[in-house]
Design a protein around this ligand. Structure first.
Ligand code: JET
Length: 222
């Protein structure tokens, strides 16, 4: 899978060289390319933004600059993801779907956002364009949101995760979010004992206890 991002802050993505994703790149399982939007801006000032038509506060990112950056990297096979608080909410099902893509391009906007015609134009070209939100809050820009999506998507690619059993266990759970509390040694830490059933060796009882705990926890977090 090829993952690309267009941003005015390419250095944000430096952390993708670390750990799991660094190894996945060396192993040739994924390829990551980061593009500096400003390289596609013209004039002495290399502006990427301008004042909004209709007035109002803040600046809007210019369609011409985004078009110049995106044209050379998009094709009919691309998934173009535009990060925005107004987008469709990202979830595990969307991560599963996107983990099958050949190429994903993340457009990381800043300021008040990107000229809306960028979405319209590439949709009219027959490219899959999704406006995606990672949650109901406003970030300074799409970079961190793109990295959240990259982590969630790439760990589903066969070979990227060290331990395929954790993926199997996750998908065995219908919704993948029924998580029970975990414990490791020592059995007593600061006077708090590990639940006795987990030391019993009774696998049937352990499975029952974990299921009850997971449901209790899910209800508490509604
Ligand atoms: C975000 C994503 O804040 C989020 O995304 C970054 C962002 C910030 C400011 C403007 C912006 O514009 C995007 C745009 O798309 C058409 O104009 C994007 C919060 N949850 N998920």
């Amino acid at each position: 899978m090829k993952l690309e991002a267009v941003t005015i802050f390419p250095e944000y993505f430096d952390s993708l060289k670390l750990s799991l994703l660094g190894k996945a790149q060396s192993a040739g399982l994924i390829e990551i390319a980061i593009h500096d939007l400003r390289a596609f801006a013209d004039g002495n000032h290399k502006s990427v933004d301008d004042t909004p038509y209709g007035g109002g506060a803040g600046m809007v990112m210019k369609a011409e600059v985004w078009g110049a950056a995106l044209d050379p990297i998009l094709s009919s096979k691309s998934e173009l993801i535009i990060l925005t608080p107004a987008g469709k909410k990202f979830n595990q099902a969307m991560a599963q779907e996107l983990s099958q893509a050949e190429q994903i391009v993340f457009a990381c906007g800043r300021y008040e956002g990107i000229d809306s015609r960028v979405t319209d134009h590439y949709r009219a070209q027959g490219i899959s364009v999704r406006e995606v939100s990672i949650g109901d809050y406003v970030l300074g820009g799409g970079e961190v949101a793109a990295m959240v999506m990259i982590e969630a998507i790439t760990r589903l690619i066969p070979g990227v995760l060290g331990n395929p059993e954790s993926l199997a266990e996750e998908s065995h759970n219908e919704d993948g979010f029924l998580e029970y509390p975990n414990y490791t040694k020592p059995a007593n830490w600061r006077g708090i004992e590990v639940p006795e059933v987990l030391l019993s060796g009774n696998h049937g009882e352990i499975a029952k206890w974990r299921a009850t705990q997971a449901i209790k926890r899910a209800q508490e977090n509604q």
